[in-house]
Design a protein around this ligand. Structure first.
Ligand code: FES
Ligand SMILES: [Fe+2]
Length: 416
């Protein structure tokens, strides 16, 4: 059963549909606490690791489910486990250093020791010293294991859930979202690098941004100036899971700018036709998949993103830190069978994406532009009517359907 005892001061939603979002949802600390309980520790699947990050028995990685620190481990028999990174004794974190290999999980504070599945194996001085001191005789090790999450692995993505009510992962994803994951993670991958960035904004502002296909070629001037991604290309948006998940896609080289805002000089801030790149190798690419899709951004509710921007492939995990701060973890990857030329091109394209990326650095700050502007705006709302008022698939990316979908799913799950 979910515990609804954290119901915050009621948020007044101005509309029955998802075309308005009251700004308080980004600033209310009680709502943030409730999200941790109802969403992140409730019936959702949360991405926690790639299975190739922990390839061998004894490997572990620290990660997060919402703002709850977790440990992801690989057992001696290959099973992947996920558990709260908190000693059952007095609550110390068990691992601090990101990743490594270990025989067991021993707490630094008083040396309680757990196996890789989180079962308490021993308590230092359980029977005292020469039978003096120690734990009471009825202390039962088996009742003090680490708090475990359910784990499922799909195409190398490790997901965890703390709720028994979460449906099987495949069902949670749905057919179309699962098949897109299978499209990108179609063969063994190789990690090219990892990094994280602090976002000075509520986590939902970043998830809105990811699902917002309208902004991509307007906020990101590099995209439209160098014709990598424009709204006038073939593309669309899929929304699934009651709006929870989304996939936006486009095909470079199908641009039909004629008759659009892109043709009107001075109309768009994002249009800078007199710019050229001194080093065009930065955007050199090859067609990655047979379907011709050159850009696809997929989000799985609540906080997972799978990215294909030309040949820049990455998974992103968003971790809420507080009501107005988040951390975004990136794992950039290619395929194990990449040629040296492909490897080199992926690295070059990685300069375009991420916190300092020429294409997308703006995404790191835009949430803060909102956060700092709305914190006193009680009773006011954002408008989400681009592409209509519905939550449904779109033939065009001039649409906020993915963002409306997020709020529809959020409200249903949060019961507000
Ligand atoms: S807090 Fe971990 S052993 Fe005491
Ligand atoms: Fe963006």
């Amino acid at each position: 059963m979910q515990d609804h005892s954290l119901i915050p001061a009621a948020i007044e939603w101005p509309t029955a549909d998802a075309t308005r979002v009251p700004f308080e949802v980004f600033t209310d600390p009680e709502l943030y606490a409730r999200e941790q309980q109802v969403l992140f520790r409730g019936p959702t699947w949360n991405f926690v690791a790639l299975d190739i990050e922990i390839p061998d028995p004894g490997d572990y990685k620290t990660s997060f489910v919402g703002d709850t620190p977790v440990l992801v481990t690989r057992d001696q028999d290959g099973t992947v486990h996920c558990m709260v990174n908190r000693c059952a004794h007095r609550g110390s974190a068990l691992k601090f250093d990101g990743s490594g290999n270990t025989q067991d999980l021993t707490c630094v504070y008083h040396n309680w020791r757990y196996d890789l599945a989180g079962n308490l194996q021993s308590v230092a001085f359980q029977h005292g010293v020469r039978q003096v001191g120690g734990m009471p005789p009825d202390f039962d090790l088996a009742r003090h294991n680490l708090r475990r999450a359910r784990v499922e692995v799909f195409h190398g993505l490790v997901f965890a859930t703390f709720s028994d009510e979460t449906p099987p992962l495949r069902e949670y994803l749905g057919e179309r979202m699962a098949s897109h994951i299978a499209r990108v993670l179609n063969r063994p991958i190789r990690i090219l690098g990892t990094y994280s960035q602090t976002l000075h904004s509520n986590w939902k502002l970043y998830m809105e941004n990811v699902k917002d296909s309208y902004h991509a070629s307007l906020l990101h001037t590099f995209f439209s100036t160098f014709k990598l991604n424009r709204l006038s290309m073939q593309g669309g948006v899929l929304v699934d899971g009651g709006g929870a998940h989304h996939l936006s896609w486009s095909r470079r080289g199908t641009d039909t700018a004629a008759g659009t805002e892109y043709e009107k000089a001075g109309e768009l801030r994002a249009q800078l036709d007199d710019f050229t790149l001194a080093d065009p190798t930065l955007i050199k690419s090859w067609l990655e998949y047979d379907d011709g899709i050159t850009h696809s951004i997929q989000s799985i509710f609540p906080c997972f993103v799978l990215q294909q921007i030309q040949n820049s492939l990455a998974v992103r995990l968003l971790v809420p830190r507080s009501v107005d701060e988040s951390e975004l973890f990136w794992i950039v990857f290619g395929y194990a069978d990449d040629t040296p030329e492909q490897y080199d091109m992926r690295l070059r394209q990685s300069n375009l994406i991420g916190p300092a990326g020429l294409v997308s650095m703006e995404d790191g700050i835009i949430g803060n532009f909102i956060q700092r502007s709305v914190h006193r705006e009680q009773g006011r709302s954002a408008i989400l009517e681009m592409g209509g008022k519905e939550v449904e698939d779109q033939q065009s990316r001039v649409s906020e359907a993915g963002v409306r979908g997020f709020w529809q799913a959020y409200r249903a799950r949060m019961d507000i």
